[in-house]
Design a protein around this ligand. Structure first.
Ligand SMILES: Cc1cc2nc3c(=O)[nH]c(=O)nc-3n(C[C@H](O)[C@H](O)[C@H](O)COP(=O)(O)OP(=O)(O)OC[C@H]3O[C@@H](n4cnc5c(N)ncnc54)[C@H](O)[C@@H]3O)c2cc1C
Length: 242
């Protein structure tokens, strides 16, 4: 590969998404991360897919960005969100005075809202304070980053540049693999043992042309890159049967 055209610093959500986008546009790029990928703020997020409701009155510009991103993410990563919506709840008279401004702000930013009766809100979320005066539903959602784990690796086996995509089923490690050679099956098994469940995992493996120390990809791997990107996108969107 030629010298990188772009260097992205930071492997969180912002850097990761930027790197992904640059590769899709055919640019050579290198991502630098001082720790583990997602070891910064990204690894600590709550998983809320914002509708923008919370910004609709005081920061409409952010609210408009939120609802636009919300729609894009639902389209490009279907199945990664629990469509549980979000509720804005009024508990005090002051909250009730704010309600018309909130509804008008959402409408101006293109954020759909639905006013619920107290009974409707409580049946949706029985844990709410029963003294609530009003509730407004917005299209928030919950993102679960662990719904699907895609592992991408370079394999020693196979014709250089050839690609394989397979599901990973938990399987206990043999003592010989209890090292940095721990394979994906053993990782899944470990997750089951520790947390009682393993997420769905898919392994995208590309046979490497060379494992020599270098900062460039071998020619066969470079040729295979668009196919790898396509395969990963297919796994995420559930396109191919693996
Ligand atoms: C507790 C909490 C909950 C949140 N919940 C939500 C939520 O539910 N929904 C939501 O949308 N947002 C949420 N957010 C906000 C969201 O997590 C952040 O906006 C987002 O993760 C920021 O991503 P980032 O890539 O910009 O930053 P980061 O994830 O922090 O990534 C920056 C990366 O750069 C690396 N780095 C820094 N300096 C260097 C250097 N010199 N060289 C190399 N690498 C470097 C760091 O190690 C880090 O990995 C939450 C934030 C917090 C704190």
């Amino acid at each position: 590969m030629d010298a990188p055209q772009v260097i992205v610093v930071g492997g969180g959500g912002t850097g990761g998404a930027l790197a992904h986008d640059l590769v899709l546009r055919g640019l050579a790029m290198t991502l630098l991360e001082r720790g583990e990928l997602t070891s910064g703020t990204t690894g600590r997020h709550h998983g809320l897919l914002h509708s923008g409701g919370r910004y609709a009155v005081n920061d409409p510009e952010s609210a408009v960005e939120c609802i636009a991103e919300n729609r894009i993410l639902r389209r490009i990563a279907p199945g990664s969100f629990e469509e549980n919506g979000g509720l804005f709840v009024a508990l005090t008279d002051e909250d009730m005075e704010y309600l018309p401004r909130f509804l008008a702000g959402c409408a101006a930013c293109g954020i759909p809202t639905r006013e619920l009766t107290v009974d409707q809100a409580l049946s949706l979320e029985p844990g709410l304070n029963p003294a609530l005066k009003a509730a407004v539903w917005v299209p928030d959602a919950t993102m679960d980053a662990m719904r699907l784990v895609v592992l991408i690796d370079a394999s020693l086996r196979g014709e250089p540049g050839s690609l394989s995509v397979r599901r990973v089923e938990p399987h206990p490690a043999t003592p010989a693999t209890w090292s940095h050679h721990l394979d994906p099956e053993a990782l899944a098994d470990l997750a089951e043992a520790l947390y009682g469940a393993a997420p769905p995992m898919v392994l995208v493996s590309v046979a490497a042309g060379s494992f020599a120390r270098d900062d460039r990809l071998s020619v066969p791997l470079r040729r295979a890159l668009p196919e790898v990107v396509e395969a990963v996108a297919g796994v995420i969107t559930g396109r191919p049967s693996v």
